[in-house]
Design a protein around this ligand. Structure first.
Ligand code: SF4
Length: 102
């Protein structure tokens, strides 16, 4: 059985405008990756200047809805870790940069 701590870490996130981002690290307990076909958006992004989350925690990927990604298995992420960064458009705030299709 997989423990929650075995889930992939968010090794880096460059989205400074998110309330969970402290110095390019994500400190949410876990993130959900959602979006639409071909666009793996971080659904945990929240545009707050107030910082939240847990200081000593590095976020894990709790769930991922991008079943077409090569790393996805039963709607969970199987990558060793992921990176989150700017989305493809200005309206697309934060994307999983580790997303890949075969
Ligand atoms: S690497 Fe793929 S499966 Fe893992 S979180 Fe990103 S989009 Fe989802």
């Amino acid at each position: 059985m997989t423990a929650l701590t075995d889930l992939p870490q968010v090794s880096e996130c460059s989205i400074d405008g998110c309330g969970y981002n402290h110095e390019h690290g994500c400190h949410a307990g876990a993130v959900t990756i959602a979006g639409g076909t071909g666009d793996a958006s971080c659904a945990t992004f929240i545009p707050l200047s107030a910082k939240g989350g847990l200081d000593k925690v590095v976020a894990h990927v709790g769930a991922c809805q991008r079943g077409e990604c090569v790393h996805n298995d039963h709607l969970e992420c199987g990558a060793p870790s992921i990176r989150v960064g700017a989305g493809a458009t200005a309206a697309d705030h934060a994307d999983c940069l580790t997303f890949a299709t075969a």
